[in-house]
Design a protein around this ligand. Sequence first.
Ligand code: OXD
Ligand code: MN
Length: 600
Amino acid sequence: MVREGATTTNPEVLQWVTEVAELTKPSAVVWCDGSQDEWNQITAEMVETGSLIPLNKDLRPGSYLARSHPADVARVEDRTFICSENEADAGPTNNWRAPADMKAELMPLFDGSMTGRTMYVVPFSMGPVGGAISQLGIELTDSPYAVLNMRIMTRMGQAALDGITPGSEWVRTVHSVGAPLLEGAEDVAWPCNDTKYITHFPETLEVWSYGSGYGGNALLSKKCFALRIASVMGRSEGWLAEHMLLLKLTNTETGKAYHLSAAFPSACGKTNLAMLQPTISGWKVETIGDDIAWLRPGRDGRLYAINPEAGFFGVAPGTGESTNPVAMETLWGNTIYTNVALTDDGDVWWEGKTDEVPAHLTDWLGESWTPESGRPAAHPNSRFTAPIQQTPTLADDWFEQDGVPLDAILFGGRRATNIPLVAQSLSWQHGVFVGATISSEKTAAQEGTVGELRRDPFAMLPFCGYNMADYWGHWLEVGEKLGDKAPKIFQVNWFRKGADGRFLWPGFGDNSRVIDWVIRSVEGEHEGRRTAIGTLPAAGELNLSGIESVESELDELFAIDPASWLAECDLTEEFFAQFGDRVPAALQTELSELRARLSA
Ligand code: OXD
Ligand code: MN
């Protein structure tokens, strides 16, 4: 069955696909080629079975709506495991299981899990096929929804499979929704299982995912491969897999181009920044990526970056004409929507898409909805999956085979207090300290005390495939190798609030003003103002033309209160303590030097 339509002769691939098929027992195996015909066929089948709703062809050509099971709507971090041989290699911030124990637990679940379903063989490349920073993988899945999403999110198809040659390095990923379809039984629109496992085997470059059809649980190229497994590959091969967006900035006066990456925790507006529309003149801003960047030293000693993905899997609510017109244009068609609301004329809607709320909708659960219903029409984690090549602001650099050189790296969180709008780190080592201590205040939506700091180092807390403290050490080593060719590191915070609870900074397109300062600092055009926590813009350096009223907020936006910073240093010490003596000495030095500067 496996070898019948096989489109490779690589015995390693054939053997692995055969083994998984013997275990999961699908009724058919389909080798995907990534073609339009294949897409047409799978979408037609899913429409037929009720798993996809075709949208109005005049309003959203080539687009579909999927509604998930109401209990399968997000990544499941408490069911996510790093299965390294040694527990200490997973570190205190990951769930760990010994590989053999986890396999013993999983195999009975996968045994026959694809019964009655088709197993798709989905070969894909992360980054341009054959690129210096690219990697190859295969996902075996019984979810046609996952196949369609993978076709948008990766370079999926024959070229990727052809790149997987005997002896080459590639990542094996297996996904089952865990819902065998027994003879005569009727299928459901969104099969899944209450039992869920998202498991990673970094030493053997494998991912096994069971029970969920949603997002990062099912599109194994994304968080599972491109962050958790790739971070481990990067550690041993001298590169970095990061939860970062990627931007190209061109100075329209000089024509000089720059590249910037930025790490923010989930739900801090990465997609909005990736599609930034500057409110100041002098810059052309173009998109390269919105979620993941792989960084690797190039032959010239600089740090090169790619966006390994080929699409956006973006959060729909809050994306609208006023907040992100570029995203709205990108979503014109060829898009899969999941868990958004359906309008009466066959288009999609979600909270924040338009200022005006439609009088009637079908909500994400398939029920009739009006503004009086008292519940959101779209699920808060509803998504669009859209091809990156539809982005009107896409930079040519997305196609660059070997990536683009980075000039600056930003680290940001969502901080109402303490953290200034922007600060340049004093050195690479200090920048790694800043990345390692990224945090956001907890909001009412999260467990814990409101205002308490939630640490999210490098925005990688749920995504680092090895011990977080070793990861910091790896960043330090990469920086040492780059020396004075290393990109400059900045800390940013769009979310600082005044004593009256108002946001002090307008954000969105006006963040271009901060990026203008960042690039001019990299170029040495600005002196800055050195403080205990980093270099801030000196008077007059931040371009406020057109928003002069913000001038009166600058004192608060850039205020550094030594007492509350010192209190935060105590929290950092506690945070570091959970990693024991694996915390690099250089970061302990940074902490004590920061305390000394604040106390001076
Ligand atoms: C995402 C996330 O979906 O970070 O990108 O959670
Ligand atoms: Mn993300």
